[in-house]
Design a protein around this ligand. Structure first.
Ligand code: LLP
Length: 412
């Protein structure tokens, strides 16, 4: 139950009727459920109660301040990948010592910003980055805490664009190079190696690849210990999948149990960086049918939500469940649901059976809470959608719809 359900044929977001929200705030419209976000965070975090751990929500999945604030209030730390995300996390009051900074390409200014803020640690992805952090920390007369992101060369069996832990991927350091990096750190005065990090990919629907990676990390941890290199943190990244369609990803409890078992005698503080599993099914996108048209082979539903609003179908061929906001009881028809953008890849669904709809009806696109709004753009000079947060029968505008003035604001 994700707090998006039909009551007498009308879709509700918690206690608010979606049609009423769409009329008031327009479409395309993102709607998030506060109760769902909180429930998902609690379910995830408590799955690791048997371990000394910290859940650092991965800001990139949904970085709206309302979402971040809610999670911060639940006790979440944050996993960031840019100065912009650091700015957001600090803005909502996340304690810097609960922030970890990942990513292959941190700029000097961002490293400085993070050191000034006093974040917990950097997940370092190359020797060049390590040297850069050392140099900046020296200038600032401080010592930066680092983990190395180990690329364990494990196939996460997910979409190639979101697999990150294989040798062909740009992420992290292979174990041999990680070992050299740990040794090198011992000789540098302004960096201290405090942890080990790994993130093998996103939308994983089995825990086996996580456990395979963990085994490799634990062997490596022992090797480091034997060399007198002692660390305190083990960051296992994010990546737990959600159900978009028929997938049956493991419940966080299953993941929690397996990790607790494997780590029972390991004196490390575990860091987790979930994104999608917290917010993915806590958000929907609502769109209105502008026109219908058919040719001898296809029926098209032309809707006002497009690839600039939700790029996942175009970029990864991702499936998002679509249904009517007001159930109409008509027979189904096969449709391509497409947006107004001038690209053939601008679709939300292809060859999808949907009850026959007419112009002006609204559709709900499910599982849009993660990598939905955060990946949106202004392509075709389309102002970005409005985001709402619903909490019971209370609605707040989490981000107002952009205007034409917003579009040109920074252009001289
Ligand atoms: N930690 C790191 C270092 C990451 O790179 C990511 C996601 C996460 C944590 C969170 O992963 P999650 O729990 O959300 O799977 N745009 C793609 C997903 C890209 C994921 C990038 N990294 C999509 O829409 O499927």
């Amino acid at each position: 139950m994700n707090h998006f359900e039909y009551r007498n044929g009308s879709l509700f977001a918690e206690d608010m009727r979606v049609t009423a929200l769409a009329k008031e705030y327009g479409t395309p419209l993102y709607i998030y459920s506060a109760a769902t976000i909180k429930r998902h965070f609690k379910a995830f975090d408590s799955a690791f109660d048997g371990l000394d751990h910290m859940t650092c929500y991965s800001v990139k999945a949904n970085s709206n301040l309302s979402v971040l604030k809610m999670l911060a209030e639940q006790g979440a730390g944050m996993d960031i990948v840019s100065g912009g995300e650091l700015y957001r996390a600090l803005k909502v009051g996340v304690a810097p010592e609960k922030i970890v900074y990942s990513g292959v390409g941190k700029r000097s200014s961002e490293i400085r910003q993070a050191l000034e803020a006093g974040i917990l640690l950097f997940n370092v992805e190359s020797v060049a980055e390590l040297l850069k952090i050392n140099e900046i920390a020296k200038e600032m007369d401080t010592i930066a805490k680092v983990s190395f992101r180990v690329n364990p060369d494990v196939d996460p069996q997910t979409h190639p664009y979101i697999s990150t832990g294989m040798q062909k991927n740009k992420f992290g350091l292979d174990i041999q190079h990680s070992l050299e990096a740990y040794k090198m750190t011992a000789d540098l005065d302004h960096v201290e190696a405090v942890g080990m990090d790994c993130h093998i990919g996103s939308q994983l629907t089995s825990i086996d690849p996580f456990l395979e990676a963990l085994e490799k990390l634990l062997d490596f941890y022992k090797e480091l210990k034997g060399l007198g290199i002692d660390i305190q943190y083990l960051d296992l990244g994010g990546g737990l999948g959600i159900s978009y369609d028929e997938e049956e990803p493991p419940h966080p409890n299953e993941f929690g149990r397996a990790l607790t078992y494997m780590l029972k005698d390991v004196p490390l503080k575990v860091i987790l960086e979930p994104g999608r599993v917290i917010v993915g099914n806590a958000g929907i996108m609502v769109t209105e049918v502008l026109y219908t048209k058919s040719n001898p082979t296809k029926n098209f539903l032309i809707v006002d939500g497009a690839m600039n609003d939700l790029v996942r179908p175009s970029l990864y061929g991702s499936y998002h469940r679509i249904a009517e906001v007001e159930q109409n009881g008509r027979n189904t028809e096969e449709y391509d649901v497409v947006g107004p953008i001038c690209e053939s890849s601008d679709f939300l669904a292809r060859e999808r059976e949907l009850p026959r709809v007419v112009d002006g009806e609204r559709l709900v696109v499910y599982s849009a809470g993660a990598y939905g709004f955060t990946m949106s753009s202004n392509y075709n000079s389309r102002p970005r959608a409005c985001e709402l947060m619903v909490d019971g029968d209370t609605v707040s505008v989490a981000r107002k719809r952009e205007t034409y003035e917003d579009l040109i604001e920074n252009e001289l």
